[in-house]
Design a protein around this ligand. Structure first.
Ligand SMILES: C[S@@+](CC[C@H](N)C(=O)[O-])C[C@H]1O[C@@H](n2cnc3c(N)ncnc32)[C@H](O)[C@@H]1O
Length: 176
């Protein structure tokens, strides 16, 4: 639906226009936005340079950017469980072999090299309540990256099955 115009979800938002397009090449007028915001797009798009350039093009002089991205440094389990550490390290390695990363977009250096000034980086760690669906992230990501994980010999199949099973029980443990 490139270039299509979507209706704002709430009718009262009369000054809002939704546009669906490539975030790296929006075609929107340059230097015309007070704020340019992306969320969970850098790691996915894997095109940091193009995305940064488009954000820089869109923001007006003196305007600001906001980037919200997940950071795998926060994928910890308390109390620590060996299977959790093992699986999250395997998932990180699989991401980086695929050219993506879950930390680069929060990297101060990347933003500084892009010529930004007055950079502020804030980290937030969410404690996931019992039953929270994000508790399943490590083994859900491992499942979606399974082929790459095994092809690249990041872990052998038997150990992968074991750590996934362990992580499933950790995720269901109200004491974790
Ligand atoms: C992890 S989701 C995040 C969605 C939303 N920003 C949020 O925070 O809930 C990433 C989304 O970016 C979209 N996406 C990936 N590359 C894109 C691109 N070059 N232009 C526009 N959207 C893109 C994907 O289709 C997916 O819907």
């Amino acid at each position: 639906m490139r270039g299509s115009r979507l209706r704002p979800a709430r009718q009262e938002l009369t000054n809002v226009e939704l546009v669906e397009d490539d975030a790296c090449a929006t075609g929107l007028p340059g230097a015309s936005f007070d704020l340019v915001h992306v969320r969970i797009l850098f790691a996915r798009a894997g095109q940091d340079g193009r995305l940064l350039a488009e954000m820089a093009r869109l923001v007006r002089p003196g305007g600001c950017w906001r980037i919200e991205e997940p950071d795998s440094a926060a994928w910890t389990c308390v109390p620590a469980r060996p299977a959790w550490a093992r699986l999250t390290n395997v998932v990180r390695a699989a991401f980086s072999r695929g050219g993506a990363t879950s930390t680069r977009a929060t990297n101060y250096g990347m933003l500084r090299r892009a010529g930004l000034r007055d950079i502020q980086v804030r980290a937030a760690v969410l404690a996931l309540a019992d039953g929270h669906p994000y508790r399943g992230c490590p083994f859900q990501l491992a499942a979606s990256l399974r082929e790459r994980i095994l092809e690249d010999h990041l872990i052998d199949q038997a150990e992968l099955e074991d750590v996934i099973a362990d992580c499933e029980s950790v995720a269901a443990d109200p004491g974790a």
